[in-house]
Design a protein around this ligand. Structure first.
Ligand code: SF4
Length: 114
C-alpha cells in the first residue's frame, strides 16, 4: 500500500460515520483524480466501503472503513486476557495497575521472543 493510500485509510478510519470523497482529497491535499485512484485501490483491497451520496445536488461517495476482526491472540499476555475486557472498575487508564501489569507481561513476552 502506498503512503497516500495509508494516509487515506487512516483519515477514513478516523471518521466512524464515514467521510465524503469530495472532502477526502482536500484533506489529503491531492487532486480529485488521484484521490479516485487511491479510493479504487482501497476498494480493490476491500479496506473500505463506498456508497453513492448527494451533497447540494452533486454526486459524491461516502467512504467508510471496513471493520476487521481482532486477532484474539493480541488480547493475551502472560496467559492473561487484557484486563479492560469486562472491567467494571472506575477507569483511569494512565494510572491503572491492572493494565500496567498486563503491559509488563506483554513487554516480557516481546523481550523473550527476541
Ligand atoms: S484501564 Fe484499567 S480500569 Fe480502565 S478498563 Fe482497563 S483495566 Fe479497567
Amino acid at each position: 500500500m502506498t503512503d497516500i493510500a495509508e494516509n487515506a485509510l487512516r483519515v477514513i478510519q478516523s471518521h466512524p460515520d464515514g467521510v465524503l470523497q469530495s472532502e477526502l482529497w482536500k484533506e489529503l491535499e491531492i487532486d480529485s483524480r488521484k484521490c479516485s485512484r487511491v479510493v479504487k485501490a482501497l476498494l480493490d483491497d476491500e479496506k473500505i466501503d463506498r456508497v453513492e451520496y448527494r451533497k447540494e445536488g452533486q454526486r459524491t461517495y461516502l467512504l467508510k472503513a471496513k471493520k476487521t476482526a481482532v486477532n484474539p491472540a493480541l488480547l493475551i499476555a502472560g496467559g492473561a486476557l487484557l484486563p479492560c475486557i469486562c472491567c467494571e472498575e472506575e477507569c483511569e487508564v494512565l494510572a491503572c495497575p491492572l493494565l500496567l501489569d498486563w503491559m509488563y507481561q506483554l513487554a516480557i513476552e516481546g523481550y523473550q521472543k527476541q
